[in-house]
Design a protein around this ligand. Structure first.
Ligand code: PLP
Length: 426
């Protein structure tokens, strides 16, 4: 029996919300299995105390559990040394840390190369550096939603100090060829950063094979609790970098006029960390490892295959979807529109040419009509406004799948979409 046929039993939310609840928003955050919830409860019930600070047994236990969580996460992404894992709040914080710390050494005229498919968390922190004259360039996408590698190669220059790209787009689902981009970046002498928020939860990821200098990801998208995320960084680079936040735990010595820093990774973990969160994330890693990340990836691919086949079978008038059609090069994310929601300028030019838009249903209306059918999808720009504009949309609806979703969930999506179009065609 394939694992997904019984997997919902491991997740209390499906039991509590009942059979008719179809959760298709895991790209925003995943549901949590009992093992993760129990790990949090167990920590607070039996081991709760602060790490590092106490010389008593309970604090040593908490410190040990926290350290073992770091080791577990490190192994999970193929890092050779647990000191290369810095616990942060989420992908956003990891990328802000990098922009702040690496950005300190950049000067006017230096360049940062991103892609047009980045999440805002891999755009806005770099934009802060524009104040000191740093330039940001964006590699474009092709019409099929894949990254235009020629454009990327043409935009890298001797001034490009950092190349930072998402591994998997949270809108198009595109899986980017990160190992190849890493080679281009390194041949150019640039630092190479990967946003792994949508890849680490869904496929085997090995930072050594990818050859990245840094990778950011969030625990809550991979079955773990909210409030814990990771920055992987090459130890030699982390050691040279300036700290991000100051305070307790990140120092070696503090004087009235200056301080010295603790070793990596503590240098980047100021204040009391999310101890329970790290332990919960470690339980999530155990759960995923037990399923096997190859199986997790295969299941996502299978759900995308079913999605495309139901999409053509259903023949919903005006339905358009975005991103590559080949499930082998995309993650389990399905962004779509009904009747296509264009910016006003495009709508006006279509109207001028006498092109009708058919039944147009705004993504927010799609999401709320689906919600009425018990199907939870997200609508909006998905924190990727430059990409939304690039694909000529003002917003999209997005269904995103994870290990607990079944072919039946995908069928429910399409039945509910058929219903939506009927409602709005009246
Ligand atoms: N990067 C990508 C590709 C994402 O999909 C997301 C979240 O949706 C993020 C970064 C930001 O993650 P977080 O909100 O956990 O910081």
């Amino acid at each position: 029996m394939p694992f997904w046929e019984r997997i919902k039993e491991d997740f209390p939310i499906f039991h509590n919300l009942g059979e008719n609840f179809t959760y298709l928003d895991s790209a925003a955050t995943s549901q949590k299995p009992y093992s993760v919830i129990n790990a949090l409860s167990d920590f607070y019930s039996r081991h709760n105390s602060n790490v590092h600070r106490g010389i008593y047994r309970l604090s040593e236990e908490a410190t040990d559990l926290y350290g073992r969580s770091r080791e577990n996460v490190s192994r999970f992404i193929g890092s050779s040394d647990p000191r290369q894992i810095v616990f942060v709040r989420n992908t956003t914080e990891a990328l802000n840390l990098l922009a702040y710390s690496l950005g300190h050494d950049l000067v006017e005229g230096d360049e940062i190369l991103l892609t047009i498919m980045e999440h805002h968390s891999n755009i806005v922190p770099w934009q802060f550096l524009q104040e000191k004259g740093v330039r940001i360039k964006y590699a474009d996408i092709r019409e099929d939603g894949t990254l235009d590698m020629d454009d990327l190669a043409s935009k890298i220059s001797p001034r490009t100090k950092i190349v930072s790209v998402t591994h998997v787009s949270n809108v198009l689902g595109t899986i980017n060829p990160v190992a190849e981009i890493g080679r281009i970046a390194h041949d150019n002498g640039s630092i190479f950063i990967v946003d792994g928020a949508q890849s680490v939860p869904h496929m085997p990821v090995d930072v050594g094979r990818i050859g990245c200098d840094f990778m950011a990801f969030s625990g809550h998208k991979m079955l773990g609790p909210t409030g814990i995320g990771c920055l992987y960084g090459r130890i030699d680079l982390l050691e040279k970098m300036r700290p991000f936040m100051g305070g307790g735990e990140m120092i070696r010595e503090v004087y009235t006029d200056h301080s010295t820093w603790a070793d990596v990774p503590e240098k980047f973990e100021a204040g009391t960390p999310d101890i329970a969160g790290a332990i919960g994330l470690s339980a999530a890693v155990d759960y995923l490892r037990n399923l096997g990340m190859e199986n997790v990836r295969d299941h996502g691919r299978e759900l995308m295959r079913i999605t495309f086949s139901l999409e053509s079978e259903a023949g919903i008038p005006g339905l358009i979807s975005y991103g590559p059609r080949n499930p082998d090069i995309r993650g389990p994310v399905y962004a779509f529109n009904i009747g296509s929601i264009h910016p006003m300028s495009v709508e006006e030019s279509l109207a001028d040419r006498g092109v009708g838009l058919g039944t147009v249903v705004h993504p927010h209306d799609v999401a709320s009509t689906l919600d009425g059918k018990g199907v939870a999808v997200r609508s909006g720009h998905h924190c990727a406004m430059p990409l939304t504009h690039r694909i000529n949309a003002v917003a999209t609806s997005r269904a995103s799948y994870y290990i607990y979703n079944t072919p039946e969930d995908v069928r429910r999506l399409f039945h509910s979409l058929e219903h939506t179009v009927k409602v709005y065609s009246r």
